[in-house]
Design a binder for this molecule. Structure first.
Ligand SMILES: CC(C)(COP(=O)(O)OP(=O)(O)OC[C@H]1O[C@@H](n2cnc3c(N)ncnc32)[C@H](O)[C@@H]1OP(=O)(O)O)[C@@H](O)C(=O)NCCC(=O)NCCS
Length: 157
């Protein structure tokens, strides 16, 4: 139930691009607000984890030709199990519809993967958590908890 895109998206194209030597510094510089730091690891930490994790799928989120965020999926087609491991839009770029556009792109990608019937994620249940953002995209709480985080799922119908 990924809803209609906001009007800003009509003019802005959101794409997920590989992190390369050309955009690495821009991705490393992107950060969330101080209040939001409890919800997502810093991008340098995520990219270090990606370096040693075979199932990590790290991508820069672009609004047209500008890097505005970062997403890292965990892809395990052999199970099959697909998770949003990290997801952030830089503080200066939030509330412009980029998060919604990026999650649309993530869902489109995961839909193409073997045996994909759902996309899962977990979040830290604290004030101003991203729960309303994910709910607005159709994710639902599963009732499960993983290491103190609440799990949500989106059925890929
Ligand atoms: C969550 C996050 C990715 C959203 O990105 P964004 O680009 O600001 O989101 P969008 O502009 O696409 O928002 C789409 C809709 O989601 C909802 N939404 C977005 N951020 C929200 C928030 N902080 N609280 C409540 N609702 C929110 C709103 O309904 C919004 O529509 P509106 O702007 O018309 O009201 C961004 O706030 C972020 O990076 N947060 C910190 C890191 C984080 O929590 N990551 C998730 C880890 S599990």
């Amino acid at each position: 139930m990924l809803g209609a895109s906001p009007s800003t998206l009509a003019m802005t194209e959101i794409t997920l691009r590989e992190v390369t030597k050309d955009n690495l510094r821009a991705v490393l510089r992107l950060s969330v607000t101080e209040d939001q730091r409890q919800f997502v690891a810093p991008n340098p930490v995520s990219l270090s984890q990606a370096y040693v994790s075979l199932d990590a799928w790290p991508r820069a989120i672009y609004a047209d030709d500008q890097p505005v965020g970062f997403v890292m999926l965990s892809l395990e087609p052999e199970k099959p199990e697909y998770w949003v491991w990290r997801f952030m839009i830089g503080a200066d770029h939030q509330r412009n519809g980029h998060g919604r556009g990026a999650m649309h792109a993530v869902v489109e990608h995961v839909r193409t993967l073997p045996g994909a019937t759902e996309l899962k994620l977990s979040f830290v249940p604290a004030a101003n958590s991203p729960q309303p953002f994910y709910e607005s995209l159709g994710f639902e709480l599963t009732g499960e908890e993983e290491e103190g985080e609440k799990v949500m799922r989106l059925a890929l119908g």
